[in-house]
Design a protein around this ligand. Structure first.
Ligand code: URA
Length: 209
């Protein structure tokens, strides 16, 4: 199965290294998440359909291409996914944004959805779910389940760092979903944090702790 895309561009790798540094402060961390999201989104939108049009340049009529057809929505998983929204909308300003909120049930450790607000026409849009860390894959799976329940047919998942466990979990549950990431790390620790990772991405984006 080849639905994992690792964006190994030097700029992405360089910025991920800065993100990992525990001495990187909130402002810089937030900027880096946004910038990396923009670069990864560039690849995640590579297959957007084009149509040919004619434009008059000052010299001649040019047959040229514009994006056509399918409309896009980005769906950040609250709260860390919010850190990627500025970057992806800088590339696709016409996209709509849905939000999905999940918390982990303390007993079952399963994700429970506490918030879902989507554009009315979400079932007609291609959806790119965004969350910086794909760790156990449980939140990603739950978010993808919700999109499918709402009738979305084309779904991608975008993160900055993934674990092998998270990728396996998403692939097993949703083999049709393409995953875009900057890097795959070693694995998870006992607290389900990605190793070496960046720590808690939400806390580092929002300056909480
Ligand atoms: N969420 C985070 O913010 N960091 C991890 O390492 C795993 C999940």
């Amino acid at each position: 199965m080849n639905n994992l895309h690792i964006i190994d561009h030097p700029l992405v790798q360089h910025k991920i290294s800065l993100l990992r540094d525990k001495n990187t402060g909130t402002k810089e961390f937030r900027e880096l998440v946004s910038e990396i999201a923009m670069f990864i989104c560039y690849e995640a939108t590579r297959d957007l359909p084009l149509k040919e049009i004619e434009i008059e340049t000052p010299i001649a009529v040019a047959k040229t291409k514009i994006i056509s057809g399918r409309k896009l929505a980005f769906v950040p998983i609250l709260r860390a996914g919010l850190g990627m929204v500025d970057g992806v909308t800088a590339l696709v300003p016409a996209a709509k944004i849905g939000h999905i909120g999940l918390f982990r049930d303390p007993q079952t450790h399963s994700p429970v959805m506490y918030y879902s607000k989507m554009p009315d026409d979400i079932s007609e849009r291609d959806v790119i779910i965004v969350d910086p860390m794909l760790a156990t894959g449980r939140s990603a799976k739950a978010a993808i389940d919700e999109m499918k329940k709402l009738g979305v047919k084309h779904i991608k998942f975008m993160c900055i760092i993934c674990s092998p466990e998270g990728v396996d979990a998403v692939r097993e549950a949703h083999p049709d979903v393409e995953i875009y990431t900057g890097v795959m790390d070693e694995g998870l620790n006992e607290d389900h944090y990605i190793v070496p990772g960046v720590g808690d991405a939400g806390d580092r984006i929002f300056g909480t702790k």
